[in-house]
Design a binder for this molecule. Structure first.
Ligand code: HH2
Length: 288
């Protein structure tokens, strides 16, 4: 997906010399990011997602939430029917299809929809219903994108094991190197299979300790340097809690925004968030 053009906000900001009011007369132009990262809004149609679980089980409520995310400025709405939080129970295929397909069908004409799934049949059904991006935390479904009837993008996210096992697998000699090598292999495989739009995601919180998440954020440019557009999902995740005095899940907006701004400045092309309105505003400021 092409990255969105930057907004018309002025590229002028106060120069370094002089500061304060006296400095306001001398302004410098700085190089601005040529693009604003896209914002992917999270819409989980599950009873047990770590943040919005249980809120959008009813079809009408889910669609209304999706449209609210669009009104708030989401470029993509990411529909998920299976939680991937640590220890989450797997959802049978038929149930996941029942949860997501009607929601994708309703939203697809109004916004770009991605399907957050690790199941081939769910990805295929969602594409039939109008989704054009597969958000694949298992990084295994690139052939679905390759074989889709119309152009379909694919997100390869790094994780180890399954939501049931991943936290015991958060062991690395060099987490950044391992994540980059993994993602680079997946990019090569997907492009080789003919997928034109391949995204990579370091998978914050998936088989990662808080220290791993922070290191991956600090060295996000290494992921950007792989040469595929980067998606980052830090929104409300547990590693933000201890950095905010133990803030509860719904009270991590500031940390989530800080991560989104950091990711944008490192060159990420999309951020996956629960708080779309605030994030869109932050992204505009990054580009200003
Ligand atoms: N994080 C979650 C789910 N899907 N996809 C990508 N590409 N990157 C992420 O970081 C990511 C993701 C977890 O967040 P959420 O969907 O809010 O929770 P749950 O998995 O409990 O439904």
């Amino acid at each position: 997906m092409p990255r969105r053009e930057r907004t018309g906000l002025s590229p002028i900001h106060p120069g370094r010399a002089g500061g304060g009011r006296a400095g306001a007369a001398s302004v410098t132009l700085r190089p601005v990011p040529p693009v604003v990262p896209h914002v992917m809004g999270v819409l989980n149609v599950t009873p047990d997602s770590f943040s919005d679980g249980g809120r959008y089980l009813d079809l009408d409520v889910a669609v209304a939430r999706g449209l609210e995310l669009v009104a708030e400025g989401a470029d993509v709405v990411d529909v998920g029917g299976e939680s991937t939080r640590p220890g989450a129970e797997p959802v049978p295929e038929a149930e996941e299809l029942r949860r997501v397909v009607p929601v994708v069908t309703e939203l697809a004409g109004r916004v770009r929809v991605s399907i957050d799934t690790t199941k081939r049949a769910v990805a295929e059904a969602a594409i039939d219903a109008g989704a054009t991006l597969i958000n694949d935390v298992s990084a295994s479904l690139w052939s679905v994108a390759a074989q889709a009837r119309r152009p379909t993008g694919w997100v390869a996210m790094h994780m180890k094991g399954t939501p049931g096992t991943m936290q015991s697998l958060a062991v690395y000699d060099d987490v950044v190197g391992e994540v980059c090598r993994f993602l680079s292999g997946r990019v090569e495989a997907a492009r080789g299979a003919g997928v034109d739009e391949v995204w990579v995601d370091p998978g914050l919180g998936f088989a990662k300790t808080a220290a791993h998440n922070l290191l991956l954020l600090r060295r996000l440019r290494d992921v950007v340097d792989l040469g595929a557009p980067v998606l980052v999902g830090a929104s409300r995740k547990s590693f933000l809690g201890p950095l905010a005095d133990g803030a509860a899940i719904d009270d991590r907006l500031e940390g989530s925004l800080a991560c989104a701004v950091w990711a944008a400045n490192c060159g990420a092309s999309m951020v996956r968030v629960h708080d779309v309105k605030a994030t869109v505003q932050a992204m505009h400021l990054v580009a200003a």
